[in-house]
Design a protein around this ligand. Structure first.
Ligand SMILES: Cc1cc2nc3c(=O)[nH]c(=O)nc-3n(C[C@H](O)[C@H](O)[C@H](O)COP(=O)(O)OP(=O)(O)OC[C@H]3O[C@@H](n4cnc5c(N)ncnc54)[C@H](O)[C@@H]3O)c2cc1C
Length: 451
């Protein structure tokens, strides 16, 4: 292994997050070594030995920095001279409002820019342990090598490291029709009023349930990628697989109607009930409990809008099940993305429980700057929660519900509401503009801490 001097920053993984982290730290004057296992050790999804390789789609999604949270993240990263964004701009392809790129030249340029940087060295090797000393960022992504996965698990405990995500769809609270839904925990369980009303319930009669099962059975589904195991964990079977096992299975599982009374129709017993649970401390997002799925995105919106109360639902993210290594960041990491038990180690990228190229690069950008500031002895104020960067890091390191923690895309549901603005669909345009204006000002103020 290369230089272990106290001032060197070691970054494991040269993907979206690791490449960005290296660039940011190197630009602050810190010596960086990127340890990348490819091309010596391969993953099932990567095709090359390039740094910053896009493993699937060639899109960084919406580039609209006024009305879209991911577009806002692009803007914030550009303001911070982000390697991933500035290189994406260089290799942009026409794609309407989206930022799509020519993937091979993109990754070749990311690699070339890092290799040409006087403060960056690339060491092609697999790292299989969490070192006890030195400054480290682990940005090994959803396909972290199995040996390193074992070492992380030994440090964090089996409960705190997942090898799959089983994502239930997440709905914006404001888009749920509360004239049909109601808040109540099963059998009114709980010590406090908040606990007794922790779930949001959507009732179905027999006819609605039967139609829902038919729709689940006939919906378009995605298959696992080659090389991903198709074995599901107990307890996270996709709902459509549960439905295939018998038409009544869901009614005896996540959709059981017991212990609940519909205040809108107290005399009518629901045939089935879909439950949603708060997904963030702000109460702006709700996940549909037990509804992890392999249905295609188009099919999901169609099928889930059949649920009474969700006819006009807007989704912060749709469901999925993928091979994905990620840690329980809300319990394991401090606000600076350091492992609480081993603060010489930071995590960044998808392994921290964000989802997507842009979000991964964004967390790399923060981790790189934070690690460099620590090495240089600079104090950094907390990343402002009102910026897109801040909303995301705050979510993974504290705002998210640790027990049900699953990877998250950036979305406006993670932002604190702006006072005095209209809720609902009508006020959306103004609200999003207010979020993005506030975010930009907060982010620029934070960046002014770096000379
Ligand atoms: C199959 C698949 C498809 C995806 N498709 C999309 C998509 O279309 N759009 C999207 O936005 N997101 C997608 N994602 C999610 C995610 O955004 C990307 O995986 C993204 O690249 C994550 O960035 P990262 O830096 O965290 O990880 P990566 O970009 O995967 O980088 C991690 C790097 O660490 C290296 N590494 C792993 N273990 C070790 C080790 N022990 N030692 C040294 N190096 C190691 C890997 O070789 C890799 O280069 C997909 C994920 C997967 C698995």
């Amino acid at each position: 292994m290369t230089d272990h001097s106290a001032q060197t920053l070691h970054i494991v993984g040269g993907g979206m997050a690791g490449s960005e982290a290296a660039w940011q730290a190197a630009n602050m004057g810190v010596q960086v070594v990127i340890h990348e296992m490819r091309p010596k050790v391969e993953t099932f999804a990567h095709q090359t030995g390039n740094l910053g390789e896009m493993v699937c789609s060639n899109s960084f999604r919406s580039d609209d920095d006024e009305q879209n949270a991911v577009g806002l993240l692009h803007w914030e990263m550009r303001q911070a001279n982000g390697l991933i964004m500035t290189t994406a701009d260089q290799h942009r392809l026409p794609a309407g409002g989206a930022l799509a790129v020519d993937r091979d030249p993109f990754a070749e340029t990311v690699t070339a820019r890092l290799k040409a940087h006087p403060n960056v060295t690339v060491s092609y090797e697999e790292i299989t342990e969490l070192p006890a000393d030195g400054n480290w960022i682990f940005a090994t992504g959803p396909l972290t090598s199995p040996e390193l996965g074992k070492a992380i698990q030994a440090e964090t405990g089996a409960e705190a490291l997942a090898f799959f995500d089983a994502i239930a769809p997440i709905v914006y609270a404001e888009s749920i029709d509360m004239s049909q839904a109601w808040m109540q925990s099963r059998y009114d369980k709980g010590e406090t009023e908040e606990e007794r009303t922790a779930y949001l319930n959507c009732p179905m009669d027999r006819e609605q349930y039967e139609a829902f099962i038919d729709a689940l059975l006939s919906a378009d589904k995605t298959e696992f990628h080659e090389g991903e195991t198709a074995g599901y964990f107990d307890g996270c079977l996709p709902i459509e697989v549960m439905a295939e096992r018998g038409r009544e299975t869901l009614r005896h599982g996540p959709m059981k109607p017991v212990g609940l009374t519909n205040p809108h129709q107290p005399d009518v017993k629901a045939h089935a009930v879909v439950q949603l649970r708060r997904d963030n401390a702000l109460g702006t997002l709700f996940n549909i409990v037990g509804f992890q799925t392999k249905m295609k995105y188009g099919a999901q919106t169609e099928v889930f809008r059949m649920i009474p109360g969700l006819e006009n639902a807007s989704f912060a993210r749709l469901g999925g099940i993928h091979r994905n290594t990620f840690i329980n960041s809300p319990t394991l990491l401090d606000a600076q993305m350091r492992l609480k038990r081993k603060p010489n180690i930071r995590f960044a990228g998808q392994i921290t429980g964000v989802e997507g190229y842009v979000e991964s690069a964004a967390m790399g950008l923060l981790a790189g700057r934070m690690a460099a500031a620590e090495i240089l002895g600079q104090e950094l104020p907390e990343v402002p929660q009102d910026s897109a960067m801040g909303a995301l890091i705050h979510h993974i390191t504290g705002g998210a519900e640790a027990k049900t923690f699953q990877p998250m895309n950036v979305n406006f549901g993670l932002f604190r509401p702006v006072d005095g603005l209209k809720g609902g669909r009508r006020g959306r345009k103004d609200r999003y503009k207010a979020y993005t204006d506030r975010a930009k000002a907060a982010w620029q103020a934070w960046l002014s801490n770096f000379s």
